[in-house]
Design a protein. Structure first.
Length: 522
């Protein structure tokens, strides 16, 4: 399978377009024949006059509908993945590497480079008229008609991979610009993308009818379009066979490792900060620390850290810090629904400040929320830790009053929304909804366990000399005498699920926390 196969499939897709055009033009052709016959006197009489008039009206109606549909398909901009544009001036060495690969494989070089906060890389055609009108991300257009597609690179790759590894991973991606430049394949792709966009436009009430013919045409060309893309991928892979093939096998191992570390960093480190209106400004730098730690813990990853002495791919950027910050802000928008720009309630945080600005603050806020929930349930006042221990012990962990507490916290979680509150207390906007949510809503029991853990950690910090800390793979952690304490969770679960306070009381006594002491909640 290769370019010939992809071209034959592309022609099949274009035949669907031709047949649709023929259907639209058929009434007009019949109308022209009838009018010509009437004018030459071959069809006379009142019945033929009525038939000709009806066919002409039907032809006009079909042409209007077909023309409107065609205009929507041509003008509707296909969905684009939000990315961070990377101008050549910001990464001349990276552009040089990409062009060198394209020359070596004898394919057109990508028209531009952009970064995505994810562990993937692909080519994206941005030559659609709608994109040329509005530009990319509100700025200048990144490509012109007939230009090669844009190369989108996963930003974690630049920080974790070495230059040679990145080159090996990008080779088959860049090789895809060759088949993409074929006129039939480009035309077929444009038609399919236009239909996809028309389906999206059809979701609007006043253009709802557009979606039906678009879906029908998509069904008719779905198999051929999928096979065309497989042919394009096969052709690109064949063309890249001779470029760093041996190194590519090892580089693919780094891709899998990067994906695992990136996922842990987002869900366990970035997400707690995002929920508080803070966004880590150096996520890509953080993924290096996370993956180094993963390599240290995982015996299967032994030897990977020796790579760190080689030149990292982020050295190909002129200002890696600024690029990392832009990608980190975009990651918060995509995965959590944060605003597109920093603000008073949506501010960046450096890794050095994370334990104090995020971990400690997170614990205090959750402890205060738990205290407020107890107030709402009319639980007798008292020192926060003793108050929670007594309440959950009395209810046995399973009573309707444990359930009420968990339900209260779950309701608070839902009312807080999926992202930071906008400044001024205004209603959340549509662009604050995550495109790719990282985590489903937590259950009331999970929330209760988290809040009890937060309260205990606050007590340990206030009275036992403990400190908030950051683990690159597990997120917020408690450190006592410089060592991470990972034995708190089982004790909390015994209290929350079974109503048994003794394991937690023993844990508190072991590190010197007295439950009857007050806890700073704010």
């Amino acid at each position: 399978m290769g370019v010939p196969s992809a071209r034959s499939r592309a022609l099949a897709v274009l035949r669907v377009r031709s047949r649709a055009l023929a259907v639209v033009l058929l009434p007009a052709a019949v109308a022209v024949v009838l009018v010509a016959a009437r004018m030459t006197g071959r069809l006379t009489g009142e019945p033929w006059a009525v038939v000709t008039l009806l066919v002409c009206l039907a032809a006009v109606l079909v042409l209007l509908v077909g023309g409107t549909f065609a205009a929507v398909v041509l003008r509707a901009g296909p969905a684009l993945t939000p990315t961070v544009p990377l101008a050549e001036a910001a990464a001349p060495d990276l552009y040089r590497l990409v062009r060198d690969l394209a020359d070596r494989m004898d394919v057109p070089a990508p028209s531009a480079i952009a970064l995505t906060p994810d562990c993937d890389s692909w080519l994206e055609d941005r030559t659609h008229p709608a994109h040329r009108r509005s530009g990319i991300a509100g700025g200048r257009p990144e490509s012109e008609p007939g230009a090669a597609p844009v190369l989108v690179i996963g930003s974690p790759f630049l920080w974790w991979m070495r230059v040679a590894e990145l080159r090996a991973v990008l080779a088959p991606v860049i090789a895809g610009t060759g088949p993409s430049a074929h006129p039939d394949i480009a035309d077929a792709r444009g038609f399919v993308r236009g239909l996809d966009a028309a389906v999206d436009v059809g979701s609007r009430r006043w253009l709802g009818w557009i979606a039906r013919p678009a879906r029908l045409l998509l069904r008719l060309c779905r198999v051929d379009a999928a096979e065309m893309e497989r042919g394009v991928a096969a052709a690109a892979s064949d063309r890249a066979q001779d470029v760093d093939y041996g190194l590519r096998i090892m580089a693919q191992e780094q891709v899998g490792l990067a994906y695992a570390g990136w996922d842990r960093l987002l869900t366990r480190v970035a997400l707690p900060a995002w929920r508080m209106g803070r966004w880590p400004a150096r996520l890509d730098a953080g993924v290096v620390s996370a993956l180094t730690e993963l390599s240290r813990r995982d015996r299967l990853a032994e030897g990977f850290t020796s790579r760190l002495g080689e030149r990292p791919a982020c050295d190909l950027l002129e200002q890696p810090g600024a690029v990392d910050e832009a990608a980190s802000l975009l990651a918060a928008r995509l995965f959590h629904g944060g605003p597109a720009e920093a603000g008073p309630q949506w501010s960046p945080v450096d890794w050095a400040e994370y334990p104090e600005q995020v971990v400690d603050r997170k614990w205090r806020l959750e402890a205060a929320r738990l205290h407020a929930a107890l107030d709402a349930l009319a639980v007798p006042a008292g020192p926060p830790v003793e108050r929670v221990l007594g309440f959950l012990t009395d209810t046995g962990g399973q009573g309707a009053a444990g359930e009420s507490l968990a339900g209260y916290l779950a309701a608070e979680e839902r009312s807080a929304g999926c992202g930071p509150e906008p400044a001024g207390g205004k209603a959340r906007t549509a662009d604050a909804v995550p495109l790719f949510p990282l985590q489903a809503p937590r259950s009331g029991r999970d929330l209760l366990a988290d809040h009890v853990t937060a309260l205990v950690c606050c007590a340990a910090v206030d009275s036992a000399g403990a400190e908030p800390g950051l683990d690159w793979l597990d997120g917020p952690v408690l450190r006592v005498a410089g060592e991470r304490r990972s034995d708190l969770a089982p004790s909390v679960l015994c209290l929350v699920e079974d109503g048994d306070p003794e394991p937690l009381r023993a844990w508190l006594a072991a590190i010197g926390v007295r439950p009857e002491k007050p806890v700073r909640l704010v």
